[in-house]
Ligand binder design. Structure first.
Ligand SMILES: Cc1cc2nc3c(=O)[nH]c(=O)nc-3n(C[C@H](O)[C@H](O)[C@H](O)COP(=O)(O)OP(=O)(O)OC[C@H]3O[C@@H](n4cnc5c(N)ncnc54)[C@H](O)[C@@H]3O)c2cc1C
Ligand code: SF4
Ligand code: SF4
Length: 438
């Protein structure tokens, strides 16, 4: 049941609209509290929207997420600002004033019908699509994926010919709904009477090209990251879910999954990314469901399966999905004349140096905090830990160093979706307590 807003209600600002920010916003909205949800990207959903299936149930990720996306968009108590960031705050717990900077979309929300004609007619091609892990390109008039929320196109100002050189304008001339608006400017939106703020800025993925080069990433096409693999096996991804090698389109029969890439390493990130052991088994299981002749090998340091039912999930991987787990240390990767990767590794159980040939190698790259965390921490005056995650007290894990500012999900540390959702509800409850009284 959605409660109606009282006239003098204080509001809550939620920064970041991944699953954590969305859940916090929905909980607060359902309690009758006005929420301003601020997302820097053109659409909401964060990383979960990019995933194919989710462990441990192997449910379709977007099928679970999509109803929450549209509920968030239509919720009477939630105002969603996309392409937006918080640029200033004043005040203290119970009474903040927040300034939101909204960047122009150059397409009118509520008018665009998501028909895609602008994207088809735009002559600018080859713009990498972040949502598909840059594996496919799009035009300057773009939408991350057809079911994106809001379901509104955007003109990318970095590459649009009209916005940069005053030429073209084809999308404007051909938009039947008259939705393109090149006069849109940056907008500063003051939000007053804010009782609490929730930071849910989530994760980025480590792209330490030097370390990744050790594994042949970007040198060999058949070495991909786990996020790229999620898109490759997803029915809505660049290969329509029919997994193929990126060199000659073969169906891979043997895949290597390499764990802890840049995690748990003093030279890069010294912490565990927490979700890779589980999502790797999930990815191998999903690939096996596509082709049950597939052999998967997981090269690990040690397997961390701490959640409820997680150990059983890994056992199922070994028993039912032809996954072999090898405790090992990778030396290097090269390729043969067919561009098939050959891994040289030390088997840590037999202490032997071995080599094995694969069709595809998948790297479980480290989860790092949002690259915007330093900026947002400075604006909000909150502390970060030494790894740039939001600092919290071990006994108050959703409270930042500033009263009235809470955090949840991967903004605090790497965690899976169920934990992100639980923390989001916790942060929403604490924010509601402040806004409405105990
Ligand atoms: C390859 C891979 C596979 C995975 N598979 C699974 C799985 O099967 N099951 C599972 O439970 N978990 C899985 N996970 C983990 C899952 O992705 C995370 O638990 C989940 O995305 C965390 O949600 P979040 O909202 O905290 O962060 P995110 O999903 O990262 O969302 C954060 C949002 O905040 C926005 N944002 C960032 N900074 C700002 C800012 N300054 N201002 C405004 N907005 C901002 C971002 O654009 C983004 O939309 C996987 C992770 C990876 C990398
Ligand atoms: S901007 Fe116009 S042409 Fe482009 S998707 Fe929207 S309605 Fe269609
Ligand atoms: S005006 Fe920009 S977005 Fe529109 S068609 Fe031309 S280049 Fe593409």
């Amino acid at each position: 049941m959605v409660r109606k807003l009282g006239d003098n209600s204080k509001s809550v600002v939620v920064i970041g609209a991944g699953i954590a920010g969305i859940q916090a916003a929905l909980d607060l909205g359902d309690m009758g509290i006005k929420v301003y949800l601020v997302e820097k990207e053109p659409c909401i959903g964060g990383r979960m929207a990019q995933l194919d299936k989710t462990f441990p149930t192997l449910d379709c990720s977007i099928c679970i997420l999509a109803p929450k996306l549209s509920e968030c968009y239509r919720h009477p108590n939630i105002t969603l600002y996309t392409l937006a960031e918080v640029q200033k705050i004043e005040g203290s717990a119970g009474n903040f004033t927040v300034e939101v900077l909204k960047h122009p979309r150059y397409v009118k929300e509520g008018v665009c019908t998501n028909c895609g004609d602008c994207g088809s007619i735009c002559p600018v091609r080859g713009v990498p699509n972040f949502f598909d892990a840059d594996l496919v390109t799009q035009s300057a008039a773009q939408i991350a994926f057809p079911a994106a929320v809001p379901p509104v196109y955007r003109i990318n100002p970095d590459v649009c010919l009209y916005l940069n050189y005053g030429i073209c304008g084809l999308c404007y001339q051909n938009c039947g709904a008259d939705a393109i608006d090149f006069t849109q400017k940056e907008e500063v939106i003051p939000v007053e009477n804010v009782g609490a703020i929730i930071v849910a800025t989530g994760v980025d993925l480590a792209e330490n090209i030097h370390t990744l080069n050790v594994y042949g990433y970007q040198k060999y096409d058949n070495v991909v990251t786990a996020m790229e693999f999620e898109r490759l096996i997803c029915a809505s991804g660049p290969q329509q879910g029919h997994l193929k090698t990126l060199t000659d389109g073969r169906t891979p029969k043997k895949i290597a999954f390499l764990q802890c890439i840049d995690s748990r390493n003093d030279r890069t990130q010294d912490y565990c990314s927490s979700v890779c052991c589980m999502y790797t088994t999930k990815e191998a299981m999903v690939a096996y469901e596509h082709d049950n002749e597939l052999e998967s090998y997981v090269f690990y340091i040690d397997l961390r399966a701490g959640g409820k039912g997680f150990q059983k999930f890994l056992l199922r991987g070994a028993e039912e999905y032809n996954i072999k787990y090898i405790k090992s240390k990778i030396s290097h990767i090269e390729v043969d004349e067919n561009q098939s990767p050959i891994i040289t590794y030390e088997n840590l159980e037999s202490a032997e140096i071995k080599q094995m040939r694969f069709d595809l190698v998948v790297l479980a790259t480290c989860i790092i905090p949002s690259l915007s965390n330093e900026k947002i921490a400075k604006i909000l005056g909150i502390d970060l830990d030494k790894n740039r995650f939001i600092k919290t007290d071990p006994f108050f894990p959703i409270e930042s160093s500033v009263p009235g500012i809470y955090t949840c999900g991967c903004a605090r540390e790497p965690m899976d979706i169920p934990r992100s959702v639980a923390e989001a509800s916790g942060a929403a409850a604490r924010a509601a307590e402040l806004v409405k009284g105990g």
